[in-house]
Design a binder for this molecule. Structure first.
Ligand code: FES
Length: 62
């Protein structure tokens, strides 16, 4: 499933990044890592990305 269409990357890329990061993540860092350093354009994907990162961070915390 595509997360971002402006700088295309999918949920698998996000999951791989979060698995490799080994700790709590920040949305901006995850976005830049998955988009090869680009900044968001339309920002429509950020809500979805925020939820994924939030779930990841909650999993780390428990
Ligand atoms: S869909 Fe991600 S910045 Fe536009």
């Amino acid at each position: 499933m595509f997360i971002c269409l402006c700088n295309p990357f999918n949920d698998k890329k996000v999951s791989a990044h979060l698995s490799n990061s080994g700790g709590r993540a920040r949305v901006g860092d995850v976005y830049r890592a998955c988009s090869d350093g680009e900044n968001p354009n339309c920002c429509q994907c950020l809500e979805t990305l925020k939820n994924i990162v939030k779930n990841h961070n909650e999993t780390i915390a428990t």
